[in-house]
Design a protein around this ligand. Sequence first.
Ligand SMILES: [Zn+2]
Length: 508
Amino acid sequence: MRIAVGQLWQETNTFNRNATNLNAFRDWGIAQGAEVLTRYGNTGEIGGFVDECRTWNSAIELVGLARMACWPWGAVDAETWKWICETFVSSLKSAGKVDGVLLALHGAMCADGEPDVTGRLLELTREVVGPKVPIVGTLDLHANLTRQMMESADVLVGYHTSPHLDHFETGQRGVRSLRRIIEGGVHPAKYARKLPMMTPAESHNTFTGTPAPLYRKLEALERDPRVLSAGLYMVMPWFDCPELGWTITLHTTAADSHWDDVVQELADDCWNLRHAMCQIDRLLPDEAVAKAKSIGHPVVIGDGADATNSGAPGDSTGLLRELLKQQPIPFGAMTFVVDPEAVTAAHNLGVGGAFDMHVGASFSPEFSDPVRVRGTVEKLLRVVFILNGHGGKEMPINMGRGAVVKSGDVSVLFTERSGVGSSPLLYETAGLKPRECGIVIAKSPAGFRADYEPFCKAVILSDGPGCATPNWHRLKFEHINQPLWPLQEINSPEEAEWCADSEPRRSE
Ligand SMILES: [Zn+2]
């Protein structure tokens, strides 16, 4: 039995005007052929694929295709996208005859000229392997499900957690579905319901948040032997592409009108929660820092608008400006700014050098202005570590060179490239102590809670500038289907006729 394994993973923020190029994928790790498994056989969903395949009755030979992963950023440029397609197709062709395909995907990824990268990759895969070889794809919970994806894959399996902590288990669930098809002879029936709504990422907490009961329902559904996969995709809102909206999916062992009722009930539940999911307290950067100073330590401030975990560049100066201004800060504060020029300047100065330059706002000057930082270069490093926690399991992180500059009570970690904004590991890699400080900034809307809440006294959500702002009226959506709540006020999903068009043609 030969099973092909590949990965294409990036979350695209279409409001980040900086393109993702091939070098960005190289920085984060491209593997082809056997290297996919030798280098990434323990990482995230691929780790789950490998682990679960060991439980099969038949001897399995895993065949590596290609692995391309890249941190969230702007849309992939056309040349890189062409290269990705050609590389995947040639890897599939050179893999020879396979009995199944496992692909670890994100689902909210777009390229210049291709708004549905995930759907197109699944379609290309189908063209190469033909109609009879089963294809199972895994997706982020923020995937934007499209009709193309549903039609091209036999089964899609999405994360059930946000903060995302089930990468490995999602891979395992994908393999269990594939096994039902290959060893059990199941022909999956597919159900999907698109809802014309999007909701702020801060409320996407499947453990304790408003949508938690919905995810418990999905888990219960997957315990039913007739269900291969149950998904609820709350969508990445900064994704100006067609078919943007929440989606419910169900893959079952056979078609039955009962499943239409199950999906309808879930759809009603989702739609009825939409207002509750927008009840979020956010503070302007000056208020956020002032409040943090008043309530003990450490306090983590989530900067959702500049969330590197949501594809923002991590260059906003909204909170940095306030940290510098509102000194003294007992026990100190720390933040990070993606600014390659500041890194180079610090490296030229050397440790102990007197740093004085305007930093930040270099990738997205339309959202904030550079701010002057005067201080001392305290540390020079390569920002390289292994992420475990929200966003990754055994995931190699490479944010390039870095430098810590201390300005009074504020430590600023400058990095050459974007990367994890949700984990204290970022600061700890640089020798800083987020667990003991006064204020620490996480550039993440919600996922940071998994890694910070265990030791932080309080969590504050900031309403700063940036291309991952929850204030969508500040952004110009041009390619989505409309109406889409809450951009337009609609009272029932039926008012959005485009949703019916985006559901998959029934395949049973
Ligand atoms: Zn996500």
